[in-house]
Write a protein that binds this ligand. Structure first.
Ligand code: FNR
Length: 390
C-alpha cells in the first residue's frame, strides 16, 4: 500500500494534455461507484450530453494580426478579484472521490487565485476548509435543511469564517435519479463485498487513503451505510419556496447567488426575492433530465436581468474553449464541477492544480487566436452566426 511519490504523480499528471486525459486517469484510479457518482448524471443523461454538445456546436471567430502578447485572464466576480474567469463549483461527498477532498480543492484554488465553493454536502467542515486556506476566496453553497435552525447555524458559521458569497442551490427539492448509482449499488460508506475487495487489489492507493483517513465521517451525516438518495432526501426539503429564499436573504448579509436558474420566470422571481446574481446551471445534468443546456438558457436569463446583474454559468465545461464560449454568450464567470473532480481523482490537490493549469492555458491560447486582450472583452461578436445559442 505504498503511496506513489509526489514526483511520480507529477509526471503522470504532466502527461495529461487536456481534461479528457485527466478524466481517463481518474477513471483508472478510482473505484467504479465513486467515479460513476461524479461522472454520471440523471436518468438517460440527456441533459449532460446536450450541455456538452451545446458548447461543441458554437463557432468562435479568429481575429488576425491583433498583436496581443499576454492576454489578461483575470476578472472580478461577487466583489472580489479572480485570477481566472472560472472557479470551483460545490460538490458533495468529495472525499469519496479522493481522500484529499475539499482541502485539496481549496488549496489548489488558493494557489491559482480563484474562488472555491464548499458544499453543504461537503466532507469537511466550514472551519476545516477555512483553516486549510485562510486567504483563499471561499464561497459557501447552501441547501436549505428541513431543520431551519441548522440552516441558520450554517449561515452564521459561514459568515464567521470568511465565506463572503453564498450560493443557494434551488434545483434540488429531491435528489435526481442517478441510474449509474442504482446499478452500482452505490452506498456510503462502501460495503465490504467481494467486488470491493477485488477493487482494492487494483487500486490500493485509493483504498489505503480512504481507509486510513477519516473519510468515512461525512460532515453532518450519520456513519451508517445508506444509499445516496436516502441520505440526501433525508435533508432536502421538497417544500422549499420563494418565501424561504426571502428568509435566507434576510439572514445573509453577504452576496447571494441563486444556483439552478434556467428560465426567464425563475430569473425574475429570484431577483425579486433579493438575489445579487444567478448561477445558470442544470446541476451538471444531475437533476431534471431534459432540462436545457445552460448555454441555451443563458440568453433568455440575461435578457431578463439586464447587463448589470452578474451571471455565473456551469454544467458541461470541460475546456478553455467552453469557458470562452460561456463568456462570449454573456456569462460573467464560470464554475467547474467535474473538471475539478477529474483532477482530484487523478491526483489529489496536484491533480486539481493540473486541471486549472490546463484550462488556463487553453483560455490564454484561444484568446490570443481570437485577438482578445481581456476576458471582459469577450462578447457575442466573437461567436459565429451558425449554431449560435439563441
Ligand atoms: C455536484 N453539484 C452540486 N451542486 C450543489 O449545489 N451542491 C452539491 O452538493 C453538489 N454536489 C455535486 C456533486 C458532484 C459529484 C457533482 C459532479 C456535482 C453540481 C455542481 O455544483 C455543478 O453545478 C455541476 O457539477 C456543473 O457541471 P459540470 O461542471 O460537472 O459539468
Amino acid at each position: 500500500f505504498e503511496t506513489p511519490s509526489l514526483d511520480r504523480r507529477a509526471v503522470r499528471l504532466a502527461r495529461a494534455a487536456d481534461l479528457w486525459d485527466l478524466r481517463r486517469i481518474a477513471r483508472r484510479r478510482t473505484p467504479r461507484p465513486a467515479f460513476d457518482y461524479a461522472d454520471g448524471a440523471a436518468q438517460r443523461e440527456l441533459t449532460r450530453e446536450r450541455s456538452r454538445a451545446a458548447f461543441d456546436a458554437v463557432e468562435l471567430l479568429p481575429r488576425i494580426l491583433h498583436g496581443i502578447e499576454a492576454p489578461d485572464l483575470s476578472t472580478t466576480i461577487a466583489g472580489a478579484r479572480s485570477a481566472l474567469p472560472f472557479g470551483i463549483a460545490p460538490t458533495g461527498f468529495t472525499r469519496f472521490m479522493h481522500a484529499e477532498g475539499e482541502i485539496g480543492g481549496v488549496r489548489a484554488a488558493r494557489k491559482a487565485g480563484i474562488p472555491f465553493t464548499l458544499s453543504t454536502m461537503g466532507t469537511r467542515s466550514l472551519e476545516e476548509v477555512a483553516e486549510a486556506a485562510p486567504d483563499a476566496t471561499r464561497w459557501f453553497q447552501l441547501y436549505l435543511w428541513k431543520d431551519r435552525a441548522r440552516s441558520r447555524d450554517l449561515l452564521e458559521r459561514a459568515g464567521g469564517n470568511g465565506y463572503g458569497t453564498l450560493l443557494v442551490t434551488v434545483d434540488t427539492p429531491v435528489a435526481g435519479q442517478r441510474l449509474r448509482d442504482v446499478r452500482n449499488g452505490m452506498v456510503i460508506p462502501p460495503k465490504l463485498t467481494l467486488r470491493t475487495v477485488a477493487d482494492a487489489s487494483h487500486r490500493p492507493e485509493w483504498w489505503f487513503n480512504f481507509l486510513t483517513t477519516d473519510s468515512l465521517k461525512f460532515a453532518s451525516l450519520s456513519s451508517t451505510s445508506a444509499d445516496l438518495p436516502t441520505i440526501t432526501n433525508a435533508m432536502f426539503d421538497p417544500t422549499l419556496s420563494y418565501e424561504d429564499l426571502e428568509w435566507i436573504r434576510s439572514v445573509w448579509p453577504g452576496k447571494l447567488f441563486v444556483k439552478g436558474v434556467l428560465t426567464r420566470e425563475d430569473a425574475r422571481r429570484s431577483m425579486a426575492a433579493g438575489a445579487d446574481g444567478l448561477v445558470v446551471s442544470n446541476h451538471g445534468g444531475r437533476q431534471l433530465d431534459r432540462a436545457p443546456a445552460s448555454l441555451h438558457a443563458l440568453p433568455e436569463v440575461r435578457d431578463e436581468v439586464g447587463e448589470g446583474v452578474e451571471l455565473i454559468l456551469d454544467s458541461g465545461v470541460m475546456s478553455g474553449a467552453d469557458v470562452i464560449t460561456a463568456l462570449c454568450a454573456g456569462a460573467d464567470f464560470v464554475l467547474i464541477g467535474r473538471a475539478y473532480l477529474y483532477g482530484l481523482m487523478a491526483g489529489g490537490q496536484q491533480g486539481v492544480e493540473r486541471a486549472v493549469e490546463l484550462l488556463a492555458e487553453e483560455i490564454r491560447i484561444s484568446m490570443q487566436l481570437m485577438g482578445a486582450e481581456s476576458v471582459r472583452g469577450l462578447g457575442p461578436e466573437l461567436m459565429g452566426t451558425r449554431n449560435h445559442p439563441d
